[in-house]
Design a protein around this ligand. Structure first.
Ligand code: AIR
Length: 199
């Protein structure tokens, strides 16, 4: 990884176009978000209707202070704009993409076609097939262009965020420490859990 990842957490801002600034998670929006220049992760979804689920990916990143940018862009409805956004984030120094889509969910595959950065795909629950269509669309990538596919829905979105944190933590000791602490806290909650008394 290049210096962007090892510079994680440093306070610096780089001039960006207005529309990009508006979608970057800023410190004021979440206390744990570092005021980092570059969005390290691009989160894209096929529709604003996916936000309810995809916010969980953003939450995972925000909880670890990872700068990210969120956009609703469709591989079918706005293909040119999608490519433009992907190219812009690559140029800005992003390290990976999280892409969520539903139905004929080509979005993660189209993003992966444009970059060699890792692409994490999140299948949206869908009205008629409960997300099975989305999952099969994302998971069945032809050989040569991989997309890592996560669980359908909230858990998949949250885990995609955590997976991005784990990748960034390979080059960032303080992030790795936070991830270990998160796992310990989670394990402690399970250890302390009590089942209800038998009635
Ligand atoms: N979608 C949008 N463009 C291409 C695809 N596959 C997906 C969205 C969303 C679903 O279509 O990711 O999950 C329904 O979108 P909407 O905007 O009709 O609610």
């Amino acid at each position: 990884m290049d210096s962007t990842a090892t510079n994680f957490g440093k306070v610096e801002y780089r001039a960006r176009k207005k529309k990009e600034v508006d979608t970057v998670a800023k410190p004021a929006e979440h206390p744990s978000v570092q005021p980092s220049v570059t969005p390290l992760v691009g989160i894209v979804m096929g529709s604003t209707s996916d936000w309810e689920v995809m916010q969980h990916a953003a939450r995972s990143l925000a909880d670890f202070g990872v700068a990210h940018q969120t956009r609703a862009l469709s591989a079918h409805r706005t293909p040119d704009l999608l490519i433009e956004w992907v190219d812009g984030l690559i140029k800005a120094g992003a390290k990976c993409f999280i892409a969520g889509a539903g139905g004929a969910a080509h979005l993660p595959g189209v993003v992966a076609a444009r970059t060699t950065l890792p692409v994490l795909g999140v299948p949206m629950p869908s009205k008629h097939l409960q997300g099975l269509d989305s999952m099969l669309s994302i998971i069945q990538m032809p050989k040569g262009i991989p997309v890592a596919t996560f669980a359908i829905g909230d858990a998949g979105a949250a885990n995609a965020g955590l997976f991005a944190v784990a990748m960034l933590a390979l080059e960032d000791a303080s992030l790795a420490k936070k991830l270990t602490a998160f796992r310990e806290k989670q394990a402690e909650a399970v250890r302390a859990a009590k089942l209800p008394e038998l009635k």
